[in-house]
Design a protein around this ligand. Structure first.
Ligand code: ZN
Length: 219
């Protein structure tokens, strides 16, 4: 905005008068005493047709640079659409932005309470279900594991200088999602502790590689 006296035309003043509740210095904000996002606040708030027309008229003849036009176009593109997931680069940037952020112990506590216990998305209501799926006390699982180890000669199938730790039997297609393959020796692979993937993403990524390693063996 240029320095100096900014003269508003009668037109502008009228528009401003019609805008919903302008913020005046020292006045109480409309959201005082409320917490978090106020759901549906904007839902019923709409400009009157008259206000819209006035704003539109005021904007007429306004020269926008090509760049501004492009930005407006881009920001409108996602209106009402589901956005794609964040890119790794974007995630990195968001993470960087959070670094050095100071959160008061009080806020920290509140944040923790909001996602702990029953409120957590991983909260399991019926814990008896967990026990049922525990392979450690399943004799068939122990037999399967031994058969996989035997086939692989009790050695990690990746078998390189990184190998570390005891051997483990890994389900190539997951225990959780492929119940029918739980005791199939061909769905197992012997890996050392180091090469045993644990994160779901890593497990999925490794499927073709492990399958290849297995097909090389005559069973
Ligand atoms: Zn290994």
């Amino acid at each position: 905005m240029p320095k100096g006296v900014y003269e508003r035309t009668e037109y502008h003043q009228e528009i401003l008068r019609n805008l919903p509740q302008r913020f005046k210095k020292g006045s109480i904000p409309w959201h005082k005493g409320t917490k978090g996002l106020i759901k549906g606040y904007w839902k019923d708030k709409s400009m009157t047709e008259e206000t819209k027309r006035k704003i539109s008229n005021a904007n007429k003849g306004k020269k926008r640079t090509e760049e501004t036009k492009k930005k407006i176009k881009e920001s409108n593109y996602w209106r009402g659409k589901k956005r794609p997931p964040f890119t790794d680069e974007h995630r990195q940037k968001m993470s960087e932005a959070q670094k050095g952020r100071i959160i008061s112990p009080e806020t920290r506590k509140k944040m923790s309470e909001a996602t702990s216990g029953e409120k957590n998305w991983r909260w399991i209501k019926d814990r008896t279900k967990l026990k049922k799926d525990n392979r450690r006390n399943d004799p068939a699982y122990h037999v399967w594991r031994k058969m996989v180890w035997e086939r692989d000669g009790f050695k990690c199938k990746i078998n390189n200088s990184d190998c570390k730790g005891r051997i483990e039997a890994h389900h190539i297609l997951s225990w959780r999602n492929y119940k029918e393959l739980r005791y199939k020796v061909n769905n197992g692979i012997t890996l050392c502790h180091y090469h045993h993937p644990r994160k779901r993403v890593e497990v999925e990524k490794a499927i073709p590689r492990f399958k290849k390693l297995i097909t090389k063996i005559k069973t």
